[in-house]
Design a protein around this ligand. Structure first.
Ligand SMILES: Cc1cc2nc3c(=O)[nH]c(=O)nc-3n(C[C@H](O)[C@H](O)[C@H](O)COP(=O)(O)O)c2cc1C
Length: 244
């Protein structure tokens, strides 16, 4: 394997070697073989307001649910016995080479779900050579992620609060100077989305705890401990403009 080719995901390697059971699998993959397993674990480990932030959609989740139905309707049909030879998922995207035509989508305030989530995701994307798209309101800064994922760093841009174009252009400048390879402009959020589960959970920035959220945190001790150790996440890209 050359330096440009990332290791195949452990599950693929395992099946290539003819493994039929859990023998030889990395422990994490054995514990969480599917996304559903990870979701169940997250539901137990993080407070309700953080879980709902990621799991919930807008309105009554109509779009989230219909996306899921559409996704499930996609069938990958294998064509056996054709002697396909070596198969490659590698791809050129916007003038750069990646290991696969998929990447990690931008997510605001990832640190709410788990401290330093963006750093972990960027590290994984760099190792796997797939794009990592840092969100404008991420809880890690452009400059930090550019260092962690220099080969795969993309930046997602929202208009800034109050349509302050000076901040918007400065974010673009910072992304360019830090070495972002692609700018992803999101235009489908002209107004703040209606997310009822966040309203019910009293989720706000800055965070204002009430009795329910305090109980929620108290019953998620691992999450609470990690937050205490690492500090409460904030939208790091805007830190430079506080007070401007
Ligand atoms: C919790 C959460 C936060 C998100 N934050 C952003 C964001 O900051 N910027 C953005 O462009 N898209 C954001 N998105 C949209 C995702 O990047 C993605 O486009 C969307 O979730 C659809 O992909 P999916 O079907 O794989 O979830 C967010 C989505 C979720 C669930």
């Amino acid at each position: 394997m050359d330096a440009k080719t990332p290791a195949a995901p452990a599950a693929v390697e395992h099946r290539k070697r003819g493994g039929t059971g859990a023998e030889g699998l990395p422990p994490l993959l054995r514990r969480f073989p599917t996304i559903a397993d990870l979701r169940k674990r997250a539901r137990r480990r993080v407070p309700r307001f953080a879980f709902d932030f990621v799991d919930g959609g807008c309105g009554e989740n109509e779009v989230r649910d219909s996306n899921r139905v559409a996704f499930d309707a996609i069938k990958l049909v294998a064509r056996y016995g054709l002697g396909a030879g070596a198969v490659s998922t590698e791809i050129e995207l916007f003038g750069r080479h990646y290991a696969a035509p998929i990447g990690i989508a931008p997510m605001g305030m990832g640190g709410l779900l788990w401290p330093k989530a963006e750093r972990h995701l960027a590290t994984a994307a760099q190792a796997m050579k797939v794009p990592y798209v840092l969100s404008t309101p991420a809880s890690a800064s452009i400059e930090e992620i550019a260092k962690i994922a220099p080969d795969v760093f993309w930046f997602q841009l929202y208009g800034s609060p109050g349509n302050d174009n000076a901040i918007t252009f400065d974010l673009v400048r910072r992304a360019k100077e830090a070495g972002a390879h692609t700018l992803v402009v999101t235009i489908d959020t002209p107004v703040r989305a209606k997310r009822p589960q966040d309203w019910r959970n009293n989720l706000s920035v800055p965070f204002k705890p009430n009795l329910r959220t305090v109980i929620d945190v108290a019953t998620s001790p691992l999450w609470a401990l990690e937050m205490l150790r690492q500090g409460v996440p904030c939208p790091e890209n805007f830190r430079a403009y506080a007070g401007t």
